[in-house]
Design a binder for this molecule. Structure first.
Ligand code: G6P
Length: 365
């Protein structure tokens, strides 16, 4: 079917705005009352000792986020790698390991080669894909579609949040299979997950302030993203989105690593975007933020209203997010990352949907 921009200026804008609706579809496909229902043949996480998650680009950051969920919710150790490293490293794959490959297109050459390496070694091969008829899907034991609908913008947006949604449901299923989540706790977590579309809708209201801030970001030459814990992969994704479409040099660091190098870069010319929901690491992130401010750095703080107030004056700018349970923050905080990249690119006048040198799907090595 032909996909059009539905009145939006770019496919990317349309795909950002569609996220509440497509995540609703994803949830419908996987939720059955208070149960998570996987496509046949299912995955019995109780029979596994490890997971290996492999992908490229944005899908790799979805895997990195999911590692925190599988380890924290299900006590399931996760190995993770980019496909282009995994395929040549020849990593040993221990018994009772499932390997899951995440790919929007299902055709990325490096990811496919990594999958073929794992065939016959891993207990089970899973594919988290948007294109359910893709090569990666066909060569897997279980296909876990993300139901994002066609994604046209080269910079991935809705596929990322749908990948995260499927991976979060897998982690919850793993927690239940492995005896770390009672039925009533599962019901409570799924209640939270079901609130996601409404929360994302609410969060889209930051579009205007995000555009205003982006005007100032568009003048920067370098931008740093900081986050701790599960916000670290989101910081990486924020930096990737920004460089892909605005061509501004952006880097992300785990906030705790700041003192081991990147702090040398800080001056008043480098905006520092801090992703800091009020979770168990909030106070630590805020103290990292103060280290930046003490060196003249300009902070853009992304947190909820109470977090922004607690951080006090002295920040250059702030973007208020809805207050949510920490389970949902990675999916929610993808939105400001996408909107800042999008509007910065629009202010710079770059080709948002077709950025230079990039392809939607990289089917050659
Ligand atoms: C390309 C795209 C990225 C994407 C990556 C992985 O580099 O430009 O947006 O994240 O490939 O693609 P896949 O289809 O495997 O998710």
């Amino acid at each position: 079917a032909q996909v059009d921009k539905a009145g939006y200026k770019h496919f990317m804008a349309k795909e950002i705005a569609e996220q509440p609706a497509v995540i609703t579809q994803t949830l419908q496909a996987y939720l059955d009352g208070d149960r998570i229902r996987l496509p046949e043949p299912g995955i019995d996480f109780a029979s596994l000792d490890r997971l290996t998650l492999v992908a490229c680009g944005t899908a790799h950051y979805a895997c990195l986020t999911a590692k925190y969920w599988f380890e924290q919710l299900a006590a399931l150790p996760v190995d993770i790698d980019v496909a282009s490293e995994f395929r040549y490293r020849e990593p040993p794959i221990p018994a009772r390991t499932a390997a899951i490959f995440v790919s929007q297109s299902g055709e990325t050459a490096d990811t496919l080669a990594a999958l073929r390496y794992a065939q016959g070694k891993a207990e089970m091969i899973g594919a988290v894909v948007n294109v359910a008829e893709s090569t990666i899907a066909r060569e897997s034991d279980i296909v876990l579609p993300i139901h994002a609908g066609a994604e046209i913008g080269v910079a991935s947006t809705k596929a990322f949040t749908c990948q995260l949604t499927v991976l979060l449901l897998l982690a919850l299923k793993a927690a239940q299979d492995r005896g770390h989540l009672s039925d009533s706790d599962m019901a409570e977590k799924l209640g939270l997950v079901r609130s996601l579309p409404g929360i994302l809708n609410q969060a889209l209201a930051i579009e205007e302030p995000a555009s205003d801030i982006s005007r100032r970001l568009s003048e920067a030459r370098d931008i740093l993203f900081l986050g701790r814990g599960i916000m670290y992969p989101l910081a990486l994704e924020g930096a990737l989105k920004l460089k892909e479409i605005s061509y501004i040099h952006a880097e992300a660091y785990a906030s705790g690593e700041l003192k081991h190098g990147p702090i040398a870069l800080i001056d008043e010319h480098v905006p520092v975007i801090v992703m800091a929901p009020r979770d168990n690491l909030f106070d630590k992130t805020i103290s990292n933020m103060q280290e930046v401010m003490a060196r003249g750095g300009r902070i853009l703080l992304i947190s909820d209203q109470a977090g922004i107030e607690q951080a006090g004056s002295g920040v250059w700018s702030a973007l208020p997010m809805p207050t949510v349970d920490p389970l949902l923050t990675p999916i929610l905080y993808a939105l400001p990352a996408q909107l800042l990249a999008y509007h910065t690119a629009v202010h710079k006048g770059t080709d948002v949907d077709q950025p230079r040198n990039l392809a939607k799907s990289v089917t050659v090595e």
